[in-house]
Write a protein that binds this ligand. Structure first.
Ligand code: PLP
Length: 360
């Protein structure tokens, strides 16, 4: 077996222990003689898996009572439409904070459903910072205010929870959920596609405050109606059974390691390794405002983009892949989610220093 260091932004690295366990259980789950993929989603074995997965997720994030957790399909992108369909509640207005590609896509999608207004934006500086609280102009009669709490492409992370002044706060937390503790009680709704920090692609988790349920607009497909999905235990139709099972294994792994406080400690240490190299020599450059740098997705630039190809080639030769920056920002990007071990980040930091010495 030959595992490499996979810095992909998503679908991303999964914990080796989780993959090994899924492998062991592949042909015969707990003596049932079938794979989880072959189980009825309504049978007691899979229902048990789904219940335990939800319980562990709630425990990890300390989700307070009064919130539903939904296991849905369609990716975070479908939530760009599902959020307005469910939360507008006849109001016709929603506010968006735009800090990069994902929040830009979210507001664009919402425009099909409502008057979607940009309450704050960092476009003036090419989406390289998180607009401070004072810059948020949220309309008090907006149905909700939406932001992307970690912009995966630009590497901009909110390290604080905005005060939305009583308007329900909605977060696309796809690329940093479970990376550290989060006060869920500050939010109306949080959603996340699984393939960054939760599990395989195909699952999207929605955490929604119960008072926001039951207002879906006319014409909302039933699988997109949060109330109907909540009432059906996310099984209005066949859910993404195998990704739910895999997410459950990831949650067990997180609990065993010490939960989200421990993940925060590890993620801070990993991110510091790379930012220290970036900041040390004046060779590498990060475009993101220091206070808003992401601990999960770390884009950076070499002094000359003509060096990018050589950097990537050398990295691949050393067993480090998927480091090419997104075409929108260019350069290099290292995504270092929960499942990326410290050793992988150490290897990258060492290679960056070596490359700098050769070319600096
Ligand atoms: C990856 C990503 C998405 C899109 O997820 P899909 O599952 O492909 O729809 C949306 N928002 C953020 C922040 C992401 O990182």
């Amino acid at each position: 077996m030959n595992r490499i260091w996979n810095f992909s932004a998503g679908p991303a690295v999964l914990p080796q222990e989780v993959l090994a366990r899924a492998g062991d259980e592949m042909l015969d789950w707990h003596g049932t003689g079938v794979s989880v993929m072959e189980m009825s989603h309504r049978g007691k074995d899979f229902m048990g898996i789904a219940d335990e997965t939800e319980r562990d997720f709630r425990e990890l994030l300390a989700i307070p009572p009064g919130y539903k957790v939904l296991f849905l399909a369609g990716g975070a992108t479908l939530q760009f439409a599902a959020v307005p369909m469910n939360l507008l509640a006849g109001k016709g207005k929603a506010d968006y904070v735009v800090t990069g590609e994902w929040s830009r896509k979210a507001v664009k999608e919402a425009r099909a459903y409502c008057d979607a207004h940009v309450a704050a934006s960092s476009e003036d500086r090419s989406f390289t910072y998180a607009p401070p609280q004072e810059a948020w102009k949220v309309r008090p009669d907006a149905a909700y205010v939406h932001y992307c709490s970690n912009e995966t492409i630009g590497g901009v992370e909110f390290h604080w929870i905005p005060d939305s002044g009583g308007v329900p706060l909605v977060a696309d937390a796809s690329s940093h959920i479970l990376s550290r503790p989060l006060d869920v009680s500050k939010f109306g709704l949080i959603y996340a596609g699984a393939q960054k920090n939760i599990g395989p692609a195909g699952l999207t988790i929605v955490i929604v405050r119960e008072d926001l349920l039951g207002h879906a607009q006319k014409g909302t497909p039933s699988v997109l109606d949060y109330r109907l999905q909540a009432d059906a235990g996310s099984m209005l139709n066949t859910p993404a059974t195998y990704p739910i099972y895999m997410a459950g294994l990831v949650f067990k792994w997180l609990k065993q390691l010490g939960g989200l406080p421990e993940m925060a400690r590890r993620n801070d240490a990993k991110a510091r390794l790379l930012y220290d190299v970036i900041d040390a020599g004046g060779f590498y450059r990060s475009a993101v405002a220091r206070a808003d740098r992401s601990c999960m997705n770390i884009p950076f630039h070499l002094p000359d983009e003509r060096l990018d190809a050589e950097f990537l080639k050398g990295a691949a030769e050393r067993g480090m892949v998927q480091l090419k920056g997104h075409r929108i920002v260019g350069g290099i990007r290292a995504s270092i989610y929960n499942a990326m071990p410290l050793e992988g980040v150490q290897a990258l930091a060492a290679y960056m220093r070596e490359f700098e010495k050769r070319h600096g």
